[in-house]
Design a protein around this ligand. Structure first.
Ligand SMILES: [Cu+2]
Length: 114
């Protein structure tokens, strides 16, 4: 039984290490445009949208399979975060301002460090 308990602890440690590899990104929203999406985005990464414009936005991300994560209404001066959950081409749009339309690529979780 002690062996199984040790195995459980070992697995938990591995999970903790993997979670630590998730990166955090910040994307600033200016007036009616979002800062270009830079850096390497991977599944599990956390993206924070920082609304520095003077108007409310309602951003949503569309994944390759068509599913959507909605950030809901985001008033000026606030930040909202989401965790990327699917690899492939994705888009960020705003329900209120269709002019906001950013496309970016989400890469799979980095395999080599696991
Ligand atoms: Cu908007």
């Amino acid at each position: 039984m002690a062996i199984f308990r040790s195995l459980g602890v070992a697995l938990l440690s591995v999970l903790a290490v993997c979670a630590a590899h998730a990166e955090e990104h910040t994307i600033v929203i200016h007036h009616m445009e979002i800062q270009s999406v830079g850096g390497t985005m991977r599944v599990g990464d956390v993206v924070t949208f920082d609304n520095q414009s003077d108007m409310a936005h309602n951003l949503y991300i569309t994944y390759p399979d068509g599913t959507v994560d909605n950030l809901d209404t985001q008033i000026p001066g606030t930040q909202k975060s989401l965790t990327l959950r699917q690899a492939g081409p994705a888009t960020i749009k705003c329900w209120i301002h269709p002019i906001i339309n950013a496309q970016f690529e989400i890469l799979p979780t980095e395999p080599s460090k696991h």
